[in-house]
Ligand binder design. Sequence first.
Ligand code: ZN
Ligand code: ZN
Length: 342
Amino acid sequence: MKATFLTKAYEFKELEIDEPKISKPDDVIIDVKYVGICGTDMVSYQGKHELLTFPRVLGHEFSGIVTVIGEGVKNVKPGDYVTVEPLVTCGICKPCKIGDYNVCEDMKVLGVHVDGACQEKVLINADRVFKLPPGTSLKEGAMIEPLCVSLEISRRGQLSIEDTLVIFGAGVIGLCVLKVAKCIRARRIISIDISDDKLKIAKNLGADYVINPIRDNVEQAVAEITNGKGASLVIEASGAEEAIKTCWTVTAYRGRVVIIGFYKSPLVQIPPIHIVKKELDIYGSRLYRNRFPLAIDLLARKEVTLIDLISHEFMFDQIDLAMKTALNPAEKTLKVVIKKDK
Ligand SMILES: [Zn+2]
Ligand SMILES: [Zn+2]
């Protein structure tokens, strides 16, 4: 079968490799159909991912059809449309033991530490395979992973109906957080991004206020919206250093800040005075744990749709073009997906 390896920065090679075979009772083989391209993949493509080694098959957001299952598999059967929680965890470290496997000390993410979905078939442990709900297409199914990232962020930040929420970044993750906040019926949602196009989407998805830092003073604007109180929850999903500098001033006393962005430089300056004076709680958020069943239930009940976040679609063999498109701001992409079949 064919597998597409990133052999070095900016270079993909399609190679012929052996098909996966069932060796354990809980193995599942999936015929991959759609793969989403994520910020992480773009970092890898540019050769800037610190944890990635070459050659590597990218792809951790994907959907496909089950072809073969091991004798012990109960949750899916051949022909099922599925998505995958793309993690391989050790199961024995302390975080794993207490169920916090998203921070496994020996975490391996598909497409980063081990080969991912940009190949014809993948072999996955049944525990990580989730059947798509009726009415969810394979294309939309590839978007469940980013929704899970956002559900984890929302849990970390204890997002509730009482919150005035600021979301820095209106990319796929920021918009998924917005969708979750709408589900929870958060009081006020303020979306911040430097792209007016993205802010327009945020507005359409129900953001009460949008702020473009290129035009507006973010601190002043948030102060006006919140009667000078600030936001009870601030989510930094932009990865922009300006945003992480501004987080602390727009957060209310006793507010919470969740950071999920990756920043260009390993060191960013933050003013500790606000954290101390206002007793802010600061959370990092990584991947997800036990969020796939919830995400799938939200889709099944039509409380969330994801298909509207997919802006571009390419064929598997156009992966290089797909990456270049995703990296080009002029293309105004949201989620770029690649697909196997026409
Ligand atoms: Zn991703
Ligand atoms: Zn572990």
